[in-house]
Design a binder for this molecule. Structure first.
Ligand code: PLP
Length: 396
């Protein structure tokens, strides 16, 4: 694969497979479930891994392969495995590392379904899970035990944007046991802003539903890491455990979305900063969580590890849930919907929506307040997003 240096060029050219049959510029959608063998010997050789080539789309597909190679290049990983959703990627990753008798140390602030998978899912199968604040290094050191196989975190974390120092966590975890896998969900930052593998993480997981696709029309996920680990995710996590494979049409749409990723991310970052600054000046807002604000607790670490910008995700607090609901219901341009990273600005109430899998006690423990609102700044003009927020604040 050619070694492209810069992010925008990689999104367009890295991993591309040349169409030698018809010379198509764009990768075709190989919408096929299975692939024809010349003879039994070839089928057997492919199953035995002795011959390259495709077998069956759950095990690999040309459209998806090109996308996987591109994502690996964007994250700076050796290899990538695509999945049917972010949760499909996270599940395949976890089942490729953890098992009965093993322990996962996880941050307590996570996307609601990841929290549910870790707190109520894998624990049914003999996996021990301890939730801590991974930005508290003493707590991390205390939580590591001989059976710990994974440290799992999001930074910025969904939904309160908590920042964890990836390099420091990797140093502590690997210092305790080099085989512990540090897994980072990079959905909120995207590889444009932050590349966890370059900071010492072993594995990156993504909901590609968000910034990587960027157009709100796909559910998809990725796992990125060493070639050896991704082989395990492909041949065990996806093939045998979850079966949650990405379809070729979704792969095509993400390839299309990626071509504009750098310019989209530049605008998301610019809008994020402008809207965060507006929110900071709004008297009805009691707290703004945005990694690019100097007033934000995680600012210094974010500046160090989010090298290209602070992204388009913001959360902020108003005094009560009722005020937050009134605000959301009064918006005309910003759209009340979960998900993020789309062209449209999306707003939601985590405690009752994306994080409704948390009990009231867990929400408190994770620092997710009743009055917390999550905003995904879209690609509209920042002035229009701000004007809409401003008219809605006047209603409360
Ligand atoms: C940080 C994060 N990780 C993972 C997921 C799950 O992704 P998906 O909805 O594609 O399964 C989400 C979904 O919102 C998310 O916000």
């Amino acid at each position: 694969m050619a070694d492209y240096k810069n992010f925008g060029t990689k999104t367009i050219h890295a991993g591309n497979i040349k169409d030698t049959q018809f010379g198509a510029l764009t990768m075709p959608i190989y919408q096929t479930s299975t692939f024809v063998f010349d003879d039994c010997a070839q089928g057997a050789a492919r199953f035995a891994g002795q011959e390259d080539g495709f077998i069956y789309t759950r095990l690999g597909n040309p459209t998806t392969k090109m996308l996987q190679d591109k994502i690996a290049a964007l994250e700076g990983g050796e290899a990538c495995q695509a999945a049917a959703s972010g949760m499909g990627a996270i599940s395949a990753c976890i089942w490729s590392i953890a098992g009965a008798g093993k322990k996962i140390v996880a941050d307590k602030t996570l996307y609601g379904c990841t929290f549910a998978l870790l707190s109520a899912g894998v624990t049914q199968y003999g996996v021990e899970v301890e939730f801590i604040d991974t930005s508290d290094f003493d707590a991390l050191k205390k939580a590591l035990t001989d059976n710990t196989c994974m440290v799992y975190l999001e930074t910025p974390a969904n939904p309160n944007m908590k920042i964890t120092d990836i390099a420091e966590v990797a140093k502590i975890a690997h210092g305790y046991n080099k085989d512990i896998k540090v897994v980072c969900d990079n959905t909120f930052a995207s590889p444009y802003c932050q590349q966890p593998l370059s900071l010492g993480a072993d594995v990156v997981v993504h909901s590609a539903t968000k910034y990587l696709n960027g157009h709100g029309d796909v559910i998809a996920g990725f796992v990125v890491g060493s070639a050896e680990f991704i082989q395990k995710v492909a041949m065990f996590g996806i093939k045998d455990m979850t079966g949650a494979v990405m379809g070729p049409f979704e792969a095509f749409l993400i390839l299309r979305g990626l071509k504009t990723m750098e310019v989209r991310m530049m605008r998301h970052c610019e809008n994020g900063m402008k809207v965060a600054e507006y929110l900071e000046s709004q008297p009805k807002v009691t707290k703004v969580n945005y990694p690019g604000l100097k007033s934000f607790k995680g600012y210094e670490v974010a500046k160090k590890q989010m090298k290209n910008g602070f992204g388009g995700m913001i959360s902020f607090e108003v005094a009560t849930r009722a005020e937050g609901e009134k605000l959301c219901n009064s918006l005309k341009l910003c759209t009340l919907a979960v998900s993020l990273g789309d062209a449209e600005t999306l707003i939601e109430h985590p405690a009752s929506m994306t994080h409704s899998t948390y009990s009231a006690e867990d929400l408190k423990e994770a620092g997710i307040q009743e009055g917390l609102i999550r905003l995904s700044c879209g690609l509209e003009n920042a002035e229009d997003i701000i004007a809409d927020l401003d008219q809605a604040f006047k209603q409360i």
